[in-house]
Design a protein around this ligand. Structure first.
Ligand code: TMP
Ligand code: ASP
Length: 260
């Protein structure tokens, strides 16, 4: 096997040097963490599913004009991406009260919010990714006001698109987290969508039963986390349907069969 230079190892992914300057390979692990890595475990097959789900969503977002770091999927666990300078802010979009919002403000989980909320968290594990005010961002030089305007616009577009995408498969998009990164065209920098979009960083509830089909199954010890991720992939049309079980997770042969 060819040895590649590892650039960074995060909680759920590893970044390796890419084949060309300005590219990286993003490898999806099965490792899962919660509560700032105080809880650790693995979700069998998660990396394969998240690679595929994130590819599907990023590709769709690119078709509506949202710029992303995604170039192409390379294999079951890896995708080729553009190298970016990550903006150290986690952008959380909320449509329904849940998680830390419910806890912090005492709003009952499941309450539909009268308008979509965007929150910003400073990406710093040592500080536990604290919630920050908009004003902190320019003040401490984490991003410029122009960059934040672009980020907020993109976050709303991503939310509108994803609400429809998931509603069409009977899923309520409760909330999700995005990360953005800078790329340079000469002296000019712009921000594009980076990281991943998968059940690791989204709350996805079945519309009929309100069953949680995301990482909350792991966070809250509900069990069935691998099955939940598979259900999301299946509903998105990324897994074989009944009767094709032998091909489960053999996504490449599945794609060939469907002629995609
Ligand atoms: P929260 O309710 O815990 O603040 O989470 C809001 C959303 O952001 C939820 O969909 C999970 C996601 N998220 C991450 O992806 N990474 C994180 O570190 C945290 C805290 C939340
Ligand atoms: N991934 C985060 C961590 O372990 C938290 C979470 O997603 O709940 O720190």
């Amino acid at each position: 096997m060819v040895r590649r230079r590892q650039i960074y190892e995060g909680k759920a992914k590893i970044l390796y040097e890419g084949p060309e300057p300005g590219t990286l390979i993003q490898y999806f692990k099965d490792d899962a963490t919660a509560f700032n890595a105080q809880k650790r475990g693995t979700i069998s097959g998660k990396g394969v599913l998240n690679n595929r789900i994130s590819e599907h969503i990023f590709t769709a977002l690119q078709t509506i004009g949202v710029p992303t770091h995604f170039i192409r999927r390379l294999n079951m666990r890896e995708q080729l991406i553009r190298q970016v300078e990550i903006v150290p802010i986690e952008v959380v979009v909320r449509n329904v009260a849940a998680g830390s919002l419910s806890k912090r403000l005492g709003i009952e989980e499941g309450t539909q919010l009268p308008r979509t909320i965007i929150e910003y968290y400073y990406k710093d594990d040592a500080l536990g990714d604290p919630l920050i005010a908009d004003e902190h961002i320019a003040c401490f030089g984490w991003a410029s006001q122009d960059e934040m305007n672009d980020i907020a616009d993109m976050a709303i577009r991503v939310n509108d698109f994803m609400c429809g995408l998931f509603a069409a498969i009977g899923i309520r998009l409760v909330d999700f987290k995005l990360e953005f990164g800078r790329v340079w065209d000469g002296d000019y920098a712009r921000v594009i969508l980076a990281d991943e979009i998968s059940p690791d960083g989204c709350r996805l509830w079945d519309m009929k039963t309100s069953e949680k089909l995301d990482k909350d199954r792991f966070r809250l010890d509900l069990g069935g986390e691998a099955e939940a991720y598979q259900e999301i992939a299946r509903r998105l049309g990324l897994l074989p349907e009944e009767g094709e079980e032998n091909a489960v997770l053999d996504l490449d042969s599945h794609r060939k069969k469907r002629g995609r």
